[in-house]
Design a protein around this ligand. Structure first.
Ligand code: GRF
Length: 228
């Protein structure tokens, strides 16, 4: 394994997924094939900026008033300055301009707190997702990590993990259970991407060099079976 791959994050909120990526990749004593090199926040009040400062990770704030072309220019310049090999959308609330999606096709992933294609798409974020899951009477929700294409939550799915919905669940209790699983699954999925264990072939086919999500190894490795 050569130089660790350089991972940039786009976020808008508290940044707990950013934190799980930094905890997984940026510890000095273990090589996980990647390193978080920077985070772009979509607003200057995002809690993720405090996390970045605490962790000594570079950060930038996207120009709120930028149009699509302006945002594309900003993002491409910032990601290039950080030498980003991969980009992770972790609660990023703005649409990624098509030019940026094309530049990082197969190298940009998003995490969604439900089992796409259900409960996804424009406007389906945060508590609305979990409220819709409960409203629908679903007994299982989960986490989806997918490659980013030019529409919300529609890109080819890289991996998913189930999370039980309990009869007493309210959106916030389900959100908390799903978020705990997000923190486990996202770093592993990004590590698989960084190591070339999974890649996008063409613009729709996801190829796993060695399937390990759902395998005994994965269960052993992450004790997700219990926490899910
Ligand atoms: C997560 O639930 C993620 O699935 C969704 O936005 C939330 C981000 O939370 N896309 P945080 O900012 O990482 O804590």
């Amino acid at each position: 394994m050569g130089e660790p791959k350089r991972i940039a994050v786009l976020a808008s909120g508290g940044g707990s997924n950013f934190q799980s990526l930094v905890d997984h990749f940026n510890s000095e004593d273990v090589d996980r094939g990647g390193r978080v090199v920077g985070v772009v926040a979509s607003r200057d009040t995002a809690g993720v900026l405090d996390r970045a400062a605490n962790e000594g990770v570079a950060s930038a704030v996207a120009p709120a008033a930028a149009d699509s072309d302006g945002m594309a220019a900003f993002l491409l310049e910032q990601l290039d300055a950080w030498g980003a090999d991969f980009v992770v959308l972790a609660g990023y609330m703005r649409l990624v301009p098509p030019e940026v999606v094309r530049a990082y096709l197969g190298r940009m992933v998003n995490i969604h707190p439900a089992l796409l294609p259900a409960f996804g798409g424009k406007g389906m974020y945060g508590g609305r997702v979990h409220g819709a899951v409960i409203e629908a009477g679903a007994r299982v929700s989960g986490v989806t990590i997918h490659f980013v294409d030019e529409a919300y939550d529609r890109g080819p799915i890289l991996c998913q993990w189930p999370v039980p919905v309990l009869s007493a669940d309210r959106p916030e209790t389900l959100a908390a259970r799903v978020l705990r699983v997000e923190h486990r699954v996202l770093p592993l999925a990004v590590e698989a991407l960084a190591r070339g264990d999974v890649r996008l072939e063409g613009d729709r086919h996801v190829e796993w060099r060695r399937e390990w999500f759902g395998t005994e190894e994965f269960h052993q490795n992450e004790k997700l079976q219990r926490e899910g």
